[in-house]
Design a protein around this ligand. Sequence first.
Ligand code: ATP
Ligand code: MG
Length: 244
Amino acid sequence: MPLFSLVEVVKAFKEDSRQVRVLDGITLDVENEFIAILGPSGCGKTTLLRIIAGVEKPDSGKVVYHEKNMKVGFVFQFPTLLPWATVLDNVALPLRANGAKWSEAREKASKYLTLVGLQGFEDFYPRELSGGMRQRVNLARALAIEPTVLLMDEPFSHLDPLTAESLRFEVLDLWSLGVTTVKAIIMVTHSVDEALLMADRLVILTPRPAKIARIIEVRIPRPRDRRSPEFQLLEDKVYECLSA
Ligand SMILES: Nc1ncnc2c1ncn2[C@@H]1O[C@H](COP(=O)(O)OP(=O)(O)OP(=O)(O)O)[C@@H](O)[C@H]1O
Ligand SMILES: [Mg+2]
């Protein structure tokens, strides 16, 4: 039984008084797995995540969650930390919004900040942090609501290469150690390398209106070595699909 299913999801937006179709019938079963979504800019990747998160409604089709009370965490494409709130409160606020008491919310926030390596930075303000640390706060905030599904929209693309690389492995560690509530991760990325390094399956979308062009399974055990022949062979295959 999959964790959740996308069934013929269709979405259009109004542009200059005409309807422009963005998602053109996306059907996908998601299990306990790490999925990377790749596709050209503007094809509808963020829209698809928003539909999975339930903040956007599809015009037709549906998202079916097979478990009750499944929560979805979201690491956004663009920075969204509140500048006037401390790191701790940035993570605690969504929990407050869900009805937790301040003491509970802050306790949980602190736990997840520790998990992403930010113990000791609770009282800092976002402007006092590096880009990598800010992204760790974003991750802690998404994890703190204790989601079953974690959505990440190009989470490493604004970071310098070294920071991005260490965060990728930290996320993989959190994922494989099972120290969070997350069962499935869906990550949007423009990087074939990142997708192959991290994901169990790559879902490649066509240009807008997006359909699933191809699904590629990555059966290479982790931690993966970019220089291994199997990695490079698969990389060639993905680039072939993207340029087709
Ligand atoms: N709320 C909205 N109203 C109108 N048009 C929208 C809205 N949200 C998205 N769009 C349009 O839908 C299309 C897909 O947008 P989306 O942000 O999902 O693409 P994307 O694949 O995430 O792009 P990128 O790789 O650049 O992040 C774009 O043409 C965008 O202009
Ligand atoms: Mg996007």
